[in-house]
Design a protein around this ligand. Sequence first.
Ligand code: NDP
Ligand code: AKG
Ligand code: MG
Length: 752
Amino acid sequence: MFNFVDIGRQILNKMSKIIYTITDEAPALATYSFLPIVEAFTKPAGVEIETRDISLSGRILANFSEFLTDEQKVSDDLAYLGKLAVEPEANIIKLPNISASIPQLVAAIKELQAKGYAVPDYPEEPKTGEETFIKAKYDKIKGSAVNPVLREGNSDRRAPKAVKEYARKHPHSMGAWSADSKSHVSSMTEGDFYGSEKSVVVPKATKYKITFVGADGSTKVLKEGASLQEGETVDSAVMSYSKLNDFYAKEIEDAKAKDVLFSVHLKATMMKVSDPILFGGAVYQYFKEVYDKYATLFDELNINPNNGLGDLEKKIASLPEDQKAAIEADIKAVYEKNPALAMVNSDKGITNLHVPSDVIIDASMPAAIRTSGQMWGPDGKQKDTKFVIPDRCYSGVYQTVIDFCKNNGALDPVTMGSVSNVGLMAQAAEEYGSHDKTFQLAGAGTVQVTDEDGNVLMEQAVEAGDIFRMCQTKDAPVQDWVKLAVNRARATNTPAIFWLDKNRAHDANLIQKVEKYLKDHDTTGLDIQIMSPAEATQYSLERIVKGLDTISVTGNVLRDYNTDLFPILEVGTSAKMLSIVPLMNGGGLFETGAGGSAPKHVQQFVEEGYLRWDSLGEFLALAVSLEHFAQVNNNPKAQVLADTLDEATGKFLENDKSPARKVGQIDNRGSHFYLALYWAQALAAQDKDAELKAIFAPIAEELTAKEAAINEELLGAQGKPQDIGGYYKPEFAKASAAMRPSTTFNSILAKL
Ligand SMILES: NC(=O)C1=CN([C@@H]2O[C@H](COP(=O)(O)OP(=O)(O)OC[C@H]3O[C@@H](n4cnc5c(N)ncnc54)[C@H](OP(=O)(O)O)[C@@H]3O)[C@@H](O)[C@H]2O)C=CC1
Ligand SMILES: O=C(O)CCC(=O)C(=O)O
Ligand SMILES: [Mg+2]
């Protein structure tokens, strides 16, 4: 249990600090190498760097202290940062963390238990009160549990000029598009969230209640006592489970008929309540014969299609050989009958239906669009694909890009313009804040949302199995978002398009607010328009091919989608994005890139000692964080650090020192060395701060002189398996040794 008084005191003590977050997978590995550089370089300027652990394993340990020995207990760093994010002092560098699906959560628990932490198992089917309590705690850790807590501001994501120039000079590969590509997006035509959305703007502050009223007259309160602010927009929508299943069945047949891969694209991590169910529906429909035939057995084994085929495979592994073989033969028969599935790893037989968190729409759709609109089939070959995105709210964006590429060919990174994003995100806005208001209903009836006076705000009819979802969007974030959009349009003299669909109830309410709040600003000479997502996509693409830039001003989901889609097409990866969250209370949250934790990269590092994680996002975030620190604390030395870091990053890009992809070439560690070299050189060359100049001149000299020796040590460490002492909770000494193999470099840093 954390104590708010304590946390308050800690915040006062931490006023002039930069918080660097410890997360998971590839960014966490990179941190073992990069953080010592950051600490060494910032110390002479009086900038204190503090780390806070928000990794999946750290969050599990923090929440289950009662199961741990005193030595094993850790502080609840996420709770601490959540409090800090609403304080003006906040200066947080946030690296990507795992948003865990149940299979990942279970794996992390197993690893911790094996390391001697007596944390409880995840009770998939809780039977006692205690198990229900434990499950509820784990469910808070699961999915996207970190970002919504820290994101107390809206989002400003863009490719800095130097990054765009780098991509123009060193264009990444883009698969060619053919006009007769059979790839397409399939969405439901009715019964989805889009078709059922209702929205109201609350006239005065109130408390709301969500109640299920059964067809038999019974009632069940699903949630109550939660607040709504004056002017808050609330929406409700329903996904029909039976229509979803009919849709999947039809699309499976259609993929077979069209001879394309079947691939489902959802966000089971961020949308942790609804999307695993949507994913499970696809798994069930595809493997229907198997799940139906073995229904009783699977029930006993707690096999749930929502956890993917991987869960089934794991749980049948301990069955008697003949029983297991029979199930496997039935699975094989399904593969033969049904269309080929898009694969996550065709060598290992891992399909897109194995793990709910393997295919995440924001990254998976752009990656396919970059690859000629194709995915990989079971034979390891690329093939045209049916991209199944059940809900219509945002699927039109991808169909528009696909149509555009079919008509115009692949986009060209050398000449294309840019689409940046201003995203409405603060205070758990919209769908991404809906987890605690999303329910799968057990029976038919209606779900009512009422205010504290008993007035019905919204009502939705449901059948058994349907998913009801309610979203909230507070008014202050909307005002801040409009302001940010106008500021970005003004600062860059670029058209800003609000991606809002007047045919959606929620968007229609937002359009009214946007029109109202735009009047609070001087917009003379600015090009600000409102278009539906599909129209806005088309408009932006028509500009992009002419080399023109456009700002996309979007809600929370499109913020997420667009900030992978356009960066991946423009600069090859969203890791190179500048991602700033100006916190509404004056602090700064600096996210590193817009991409995730790249699990594939860890696998490669462990197998062959090569880490291809690109830390450019960390470099960019650190520079803006230092700049913010300099301004808030009136510390000119920190400003010198920020300016010289920017210069170093520019040179780093110019000299092409980003990690490559294969053993024998520069990797993440080598890229950190070059950043340190250029940063030291820039500090030694500047004349704004004589003290820093004097400190860094000998460091720069020594790093320059020993470049060859350091490279030899870094390259020499590649090409062999690495032991980092764990996946979810690596051992510090082992991971640090693996990530810092150059004694020459380490000893120079130690002089600072
Ligand atoms: N802010 C956050 O905390 C975020 C967290 N996540 C979480 O990360 C996990 C993995 O998500 P997933 O959707 O697979 O997305 P990832 O972004 O982790 O991976 C997709 C691909 O993006 C590329 N990539 C991403 N970052 C880098 C980088 N710094 N350097 C080089 N390449 C990079 C790689 O592509 P390629 O192989 O083509 O080079 C990678 O294989 C999930 O748990 C997810 O929830 C996801 C997004 C944001
Ligand atoms: O929080 C998450 O699960 C992912 C966040 C994400 O993809 C993003 O912010 O772009
Ligand atoms: Mg994203």
